[in-house]
Ligand binder design. Structure first.
Ligand code: PLP
Length: 473
């Protein structure tokens, strides 16, 4: 098998292999890495996946992406280590709601959100590659809550990685915060910044292009700018579609969306040959993606805090990957378009980008009342309690029009978090307080550790430089 090569969306960074992009995170021209070409699976190859375990499907889906960086034995060892040990033996079980609606439960990992599915894998990949190179990695990440807890869980106590995680102070749920701040390990640093998630994400991106940081330190990324995360998320589109009849039947997905990572993984699955009829990008009132996909206007406003904090995002990093792929893969044009966006906080999509996106994507937006009504609908009809992020996705599924999804097509809503992670909002909507599952342990009895910092970039940067124990090499 040939080596898979990865190129930057902005065309000016070195071409890397899978090991290189996993450790690099963001490309050094400010772009995001994508495979040079999408690997294609034939209908027969997809049919052959039927009946395989989650770990076995993961091996087949990931194999072309890691070619040249992991042997078949290494890949198989990783997939079995990560997915053999999840809270649910199916890893991502599919639950039927009514004749056409399904939930894909992605919250059976250690920190109760779908982020675990990919970050548990990323933690193992880091160790494998760093061991091989004899290097250490300083991870800097921004979180609206779930990435932080999943990433910290994936690397706490490991030898070759140290993690600095920035979250917006007061804007994550208590369970989310405690899942980060009660982890006691010498390689974990929690930072609460006085600002929004977008501020935190901007600081992290700035550190990557700041040679005073990404020179003495070997920086790594756990946000979904890291390609390896998206790759791991492609797998559950396959396992769920297979259960619903793929490749002989098309399936639609509704994806609660923030940084556009999870839904972009669905796009990758479609490029690989999985017959996906439609991907519904479901947003809360922070609806820049809904506006961009419905009328081409990609303009950021101020972030509004909602009951779905993991989606309180204005600037969705991974959208650039879609615009690049649909817009003819022109790195120089993409760099110019993003420079315009950085200057004006607004840009127009090109016709090619709009048409390319419209072939597969549609979008919908849910406000808090609509989200609460979706939670109530499930509770009334199936006695299940879902989390508000999942509720945003379900609102979009239940209200999909015939030109968004053909009648009779199964619609899968991605259930991105366990309801106990957002139990105050859940209780307000349906009057039931979901208990924390035993696997999170004594979360409310443990001491919290975090540092509060002002919201400017320099303060975050200096904190990382002063507290990082790892010098490069
Ligand atoms: C991260 C997250 C999302 C948004 O996913 P993206 O990949 O950023 O679009 C939705 N729901 C929950 C619970 C999350 O943690």
């Amino acid at each position: 098998m040939t080596i898979m090569e990865y190129v930057s969306t902005r065309g000016a960074a070195p071409v890397l292999d899978f090991e290189g992009v996993t450790l690099a995170g963001l490309a050094n021209d400010g772009g995001l890495y994508l495979p040079r070409e999408w690997p294609r699976m034939s209908e027969a190859e997809i049919r052959d996946l039927r009946g395989l375990s989650y770990a076995e499907v993961a091996i087949r889906i990931m194999r072309p992406f890691v070619a040249g960086s992991l042997s078949d034995d290494e890949l198989s060892g990783l997939c079995h280590a990560v997915y053999g040990d999840f809270g649910h033996s199916a890893v991502a079980p599919l639950v039927q709601l009514d004749e056409t609606h399904w939930l894909l439960e992605l919250f059976h990992g250690p920190t109760l959100a779908f982020k675990d599915v990919a970050l548990q894998m990323l933690g193992h990949l880091f160790e494998t590659f760093l061991e091989r190179r004899g290097e250490r990695l300083t991870i800097v990440g921004a979180t609206s809550g779930d990435t932080g807890s999943a990433a910290i869980n994936a690397v706490a106590g490991r030898d070759r990685t140290e993690i600095f995680m920035l979250h917006p102070a007061g804007r994550v749920s208590e369970v989310q915060r405690r899942q980060m701040t009660t982890v006691r390990a010498p390689n974990v640093h929690n930072i609460a910044i006085d600002g929004s998630f977008d501020d935190a994400q901007r600081h992290v991106k700035a550190m990557f292009s700041d040679t005073s940081v990404n020179g003495p330190l070997n920086l790594g990324a756990v946000n979904s700018i890291n390609w390896a995360r998206l790759m791991a998320q492609v797998v559950y589109y396959f396992t769920s579609a297979l259960q619903l009849g793929a490749p002989d039947r098309k399936v639609a997905y509704s994806v609660p969306t923030g940084n556009f990572g999870d839904v972009f993984a669905g796009y990758v699955a479609a490029q690989m040959g999985l017959p996906i009829e439609r991907l519904i990008v479901a947003t809360n009132v922070n609806d820049i993606l809904h506006r961009a996909l419905s009328d081409g206007d990609y303009s950021a406003g101020d972030t509004t805090a909602t009951i779905t904090p993991s989606m309180d995002i204005q600037v969705s990093s991974n959208f650039e990957r879609l615009l690049f792929d649909c817009g003819g893969r022109d790195g120089a044009a993409m760099a110019a378009q993003m420079a315009e966006f950085d200057a004006n906080r607004a840009m127009q999509l090109t016709n090619a980008q709009r048409e390319g996106a419209a072939a597969l994507f549609t979008s919908a937006r849910a406000d808090q009342d609509e989200t609460a009504r979706a939670l109530q609908w499930v509770y009334r009809n199936t006695a299940q309690v879902i989390d508000p992020h999942t509720g945003v996705g379900l609102h979009a599924s239940l209200n999909a029009t015939e030109d968004q999804v053909a009648p009779g097509t199964p619609i899968v809503t991605l259930a991105t978090a366990h309801p106990a992670k957002f139990r105050d909002a859940v209780e307000r909507a349906v009057g039931v307080r979901p208990p924390l599952p035993p696997r999170v342990g004594d979360l409310f009895g443990r001491e919290e550790h975090f540092t509060e910092l002002a919201g400017d970039y320099e303060t975050s940067r200096d904190f990382v430089l002063e507290n990082a124990s790892a010098a490069k090499g």
